[in-house]
Design a protein around this ligand. Structure first.
Ligand SMILES: C[S@@+](CC[C@H](N)C(=O)[O-])C[C@H]1O[C@@H](n2cnc3c(N)ncnc32)[C@H](O)[C@@H]1O
Ligand SMILES: Nc1nc2[nH]cc(C(=O)O)c2c(=O)[nH]1
Ligand code: SF4
Ligand SMILES: [Mg+2]
Length: 232
């Protein structure tokens, strides 16, 4: 069994609730979505990946271990396209693992839910993808419920752009509130889109969005700090 890997590198986690933790990143190639803001568009094509076996991937990851290593980050592209491969890899790998996913493949989340320690599940604003409609939110909520039920440390990230309408965010937050089994247990990260320069003069909108989410959920605004520090 092999999977296409776009890149493997050591850095600090630049997003979400594990921000600042040292991680080894495994970026799979291939994605089932087409977010207009995607900052790694080349990784969406599986042909841009190199095929790795589990043993080959394990050897590459092991070669990047550092004394401050917290965990590995399985990302992409969309890692859940390779759920069976990931399950086999995590059975062999002794490190804790964060799954960075677009949440659109709940059945595949079930396959790996016992082997993952942390999960960052995006709730994509439908306006910014074309390959799926509003139904993506139900799938992402199902993925979050599956992972939380398996006691995976799960949080949700919502990427917003300066063009994001407050009204559309309200609609999405209502869907999340109505669909999440344990809303008190779900932390939401409001992630402003990069490049951050586009937010100059728009900071008030971010605060408004935080207030909307904060009515129902534990929320915090965290930008992609690896972009600020110029880490990979
Ligand atoms: C490249 S994606 C790969 C994992 C998975 N496909 C997903 O979307 O979660 C990793 C993370 O980067 C975020 N991201 C991608 N482009 C971004 C941008 N321009 N600004 C802020 N976050 C971005 C995504 O929302 C996602 O949380
Ligand atoms: N440093 C760093 N942190 C990240 N967190 C999520 C990333 C991703 O592209 O999935 C990412 C990334 O590409 N680099
Ligand atoms: S789901 Fe992730 S990898 Fe795929 S297009 Fe969106 S941001 Fe990029
Ligand atoms: Mg990235």
């Amino acid at each position: 069994m092999k999977a296409p890997v776009y890149e493997i590198f050591s850095s600090i986690q630049g997003e979400g609730l594990l921000v600042g933790k040292r991680q080894i990143f495994v970026r799979f190639a291939g994605c089932n979505l087409d977010c207009i803001y995607c900052d790694t568009p080349k990784s969406r094509d599986p042909k841009n990946g190199k095929l790795f076996s589990v043993d080959e991937l394990y050897k590459s990851v092991k070669s990047l271990v550092t004394p401050d290593l917290h965990s590995i980050c399985l990302t992409g592209g969309e890692p859940l396209l390779y759920a069976d491969f990931i399950k086999k890899f995590l059975k062999k790998c002794e490190f804790n693992a964060l799954l960075e996913t677009n949440g659109s493949l709940p059945d595949n989340a079930k396959v790996i839910s016992k082997f993952i320690d942390y999960a960052a599940v995006d709730i994509k604003l439908p306006r910014y993808i074309t390959v799926m409609g509003e139904e993506i939110i139900e799938k992402e909520i199902e993925t979050i419920n599956i992972l939380m039920a398996k006691k995976v440390y799960t949080y949700c990230k919502i990427v917003v752009l300066p063009s994001t309408k407050v009204k559309s965010l309200k609609k999405v937050v209502k869907k999340i509130r109505d669909g999440i089994v344990n809303p008190l247990g779900l932390q939401i990260v409001l992630q402003p889109s990069s490049p951050l320069k586009n937010w100059i003069g728009k900071q008030k909108r971010l605060l408004k969005m935080s207030e909307i989410i904060g009515k129902d959920f534990n929320v915090r605004i965290i930008p992609q700090i690896h972009k600020i520090l110029k880490f990979r």
